[in-house]
Design a protein around this ligand. Structure first.
Ligand code: THU
Length: 134
């Protein structure tokens, strides 16, 4: 059963202040659920060497994986602006590593969160079958 999108967005928003974004001033927070319905959150963490900055989605997913999660079942993302944010390309590939195509990705927006699926965010993505692994 899908989680309540607004509740998952609210859980992401709870950690938004912890984002470290002194360069872009654009704070992002993500919340993910794993196959045991455990919640993990993450924020973007920037670096003076800009290219080393890490997105909130990957911080949350990597925290889940470090705790033993292997399947992500829902993702929510929010930011310090009111506008709709959609995950960057690198995050989409990482999301696809751990989440099936039908997994919902809720992105905060004025009013109701926007809902994409993983497959909608990464159509024709690089698949394990290309390496003979799936
Ligand atoms: N950012 C995220 O955390 N997630 C996204 O999906 C898009 C961008 C961060 C990276 C950087 O710290 C800031 O937002 C501006 O790009």
């Amino acid at each position: 059963m899908e989680p309540d999108p607004q509740a998952l967005i609210a859980q992401a928003r709870e950690c938004l202040e912890g984002a470290y974004a002194p360069y872009s001033r654009f704070k992002v927070a993500a919340a993910v659920l794993d196959e045991q319905n455990r919640l993990f959150t993450g924020v973007n963490v920037e670096n003076l060497s800009y290219g080393l900055s890490m997105c909130a989605e990957r911080v949350a997913i990597y925290a889940a994986v470090a705790a033993g999660a292997r399947r992500i079942t829902a993702i929510a993302v929010t930011s310090s602006t009111a506008e709709l944010l959609s995950p960057c390309g690198a995050c989409r590939q990482v999301i696809a590593e751990f989440a099936a195509g039908d997994v919902p990705v809720y992105c905060d927006a004025p009013g109701m969160p926007h809902r994409w699926t993983v497959a909608e965010l990464l159509p024709s993505g690089f698949a394990a079958s290309r390496l003979g692994k799936g």
